[in-house]
Design a protein around this ligand. Structure first.
Ligand SMILES: NC(=O)c1ccc[n+]([C@@H]2O[C@H](COP(=O)([O-])OP(=O)(O)OC[C@H]3O[C@@H](n4cnc5c(N)ncnc54)[C@H](O)[C@@H]3O)[C@@H](O)[C@H]2O)c1
Length: 471
């Protein structure tokens, strides 16, 4: 303990020497995020002014006490006040006026209609604007609230500009940086965050945001403001999905008298397929010999045991909606065309296999046939030999609605070379991401529509005839 205090004192001394060159930071909102930021940024040597409308929170922080329960925070605030780095006020405008950088950390609760209530964000943005009215150019505003995509540039900046009469980029900079700290370990998370993501309006804002938010040993991930805003929601949706998934696994296992914790202990050991980027790129529906079959079997076992698993139950529904979305796109694109033949680049359930079982592309193509469109398929792993005939008769035995498509494949009338598909079809559906298909799409005839189910290109082509399924 004594050693830790001594170390903190030494660190504080070192930081005192550099404090002169650091910007003064105003933090609006002394809730869980704001007050942790006050303590942690003060520890890094910044002068920090906390601003909140809540008199009790302001009094606490000004006194070097924590208004919330958070391990390690009280000591940081006490040190901050003792070293004259931390102050607090209810005068938000004055706090912004006296600082170089403003961190916005007000609440964004659920509104009456279930959306995100931006009342506090709007009010705080107006206060920032009022302060900027009489300030020289150069202030940087860093939004740390979780907000709907579009809020930073569509709400915060217009409010600041309207209240200040100043212009983004010319008079002030903006940054959106999602906050990833977890209550209970917030101080430790501030020093060692899950990631640091910064999205800015200009280079100067980036320099300031890096100075304030960088964490030792962590890369700073730079992206666009809309992506950063969306990322924060997606992160939290994912965390919620993990919790619900694990709990459904628990209910499933309990009904079968299987130890769920032993199952999940081994589940997380798999960092190749389970806890990894695998299966996490938006694209087309899942299929193949295993996933749909096993999801169905688990649903069946659960229902036999009277266990409700709404998340797992929703998987096949959502998967079917992905097929329906592609079907709608293709039908709409084909409707005004003279030649109504749809070309598929890839039909097996994924590239590199000849397996057609439960391929969502087979389902999609069969639906298009039923809507009076014709289909031509180029798939390097399919040829109209006995293997395809055997697969087709096996599939048709349980899925009669697929028989017309399967017959056309086996008979050879639906299979074609890449060149002839590209020559004969005015809508191309790309289901496998291969170099040959990428080159064919790049070199396609003018006016030919592409429906991309696999994100062929990292940078989405800005062409009116290119259509991504989820981008
Ligand atoms: N709590 C978390 O663990 C966490 C983690 C990451 C991100 N976030 C996000 O950070 C933001 C803040 O969350 P929180 O939990 O700290 O909120 P909070 O509700 O605990 O605190 C918000 C504070 O803002 C103050 N405030 C509201 N309007 C104000 C105004 N106009 N001027 C000055 N102060 C004002 C309130 O009095 C309150 O003290 C939210 O968008 C939240 O979604 C929270």
């Amino acid at each position: 303990m004594a050693a830790a205090n001594a170390l903190r004192a030494v660190t504080a001394e070192v930081l005192v020497e550099t404090a002169e060159s650091l910007p003064t930071i105003c933090i609006i909102g002394l809730g869980y995020v704001g007050v942790v930021s006050v303590g942690c940024l003060a520890e890094r040597g910044f002068k920090v002014i906390g601003a909140d409308l809540d008199a009790a929170k302001v009094a606490c922080v000004a006194d070097g006490r924590s208004p919330i329960v958070e391990r390690g925070l009280e000591a940081l605030l006490a040190d901050g006040v003792r070293l004259d780095r931390v102050s607090a006020t209810r005068d938000v405008v004055q706090a912004v006026s006296a600082s170089d950088v403003t961190l916005l950390a007000v609440g964004t609760p659920t509104s009456a209609d279930g959306g995100c209530d931006l009342t506090f964000v709007r009010a705080a943005s107006r206060a920032i604007g009022m302060a900027l009215r009489d300030k020289p150019a150069g202030h940087c505003v860093i939004l740390r609230c979780s907000v709907p995509p579009g809020t930073t540039l569509g709400v915060v900046v217009p409010e600041i500009e309207a209240a200040s009469g100043k212009k983004l980029g010319q008079d002030f900079g903006i940054c959106f940086s999602p906050e990833f700290l977890r209550e209970g370990s917030a101080v430790a998370d501030f020093a060692d965050p899950a990631k640091v993501v910064i999205a800015v309006s200009d280079a100067r804002a980036e320099t300031i945001a890096r100075q304030v938010l960088s964490a030792a040993g962590q890369p700073v991930l730079i992206t666009t403001i809309a992506v950063a805003e969306t990322l924060k929601y997606v992160d939290n949706i994912w965390h919620a999905t993990k919790v619900v998934f694990a709990n459904e696994v628990g209910r499933f296992c309990k009904a079968l008298d299987v130890d769920s914790h032993e199952v999940m202990r081994l589940f997380v050991e798999d960092t190749k397929l389970n806890l990894s980027p695998y299966y996490l790129k938006p694209g087309f529906a899942f299929g193949g010999a295993c996933l749909p079959k096993e999801v169905r079997a688990a649903m069946h076992i659960a229902s036999l045991n009277c266990v409700e698993l709404p998340l797992i139950d929703s998987l096949l529904i959502s998967n079917e909606q992905q097929v329906a979305a592609a079907q709608r796109m293709i039908v709409d694109l084909a409707a005004p065309l003279r030649r109504r033949t749809i070309g598929f680049l890839g039909l097996t359930f994924k590239a590199g296999t000849d397996d057609l079982r439960e391929s969502p592309m087979v389902e999609l193509a069969a639906r298009l046939l039923r809507q009076n469109l014709s289909v031509r398929v180029c798939d390097p792993n399919l040829d109209s030999g006995p293997h395809l005939a055997a697969q087709a008769s096996h599939i048709a035995a349980t899925h009669a609605s697929l028989a017309p498509l399967l017959d056309a494949l086996v008979g050879g009338s639906a299979l074609a070379t890449l060149d002839s598909v590209m020559a004969d079809c005015d809508v191309i559906v790309v289901a496998h991401a291969t170099e040959a298909f990428r080159a064919a799409v790049r070199g396609r005839r003018a006016g030919v529509h592409v429906v991309d189910l696999v994100r062929l290109f990292r940078d989405v082509p800005a062409e009116a005839t290119y259509h991504g399924i989820g981008w």
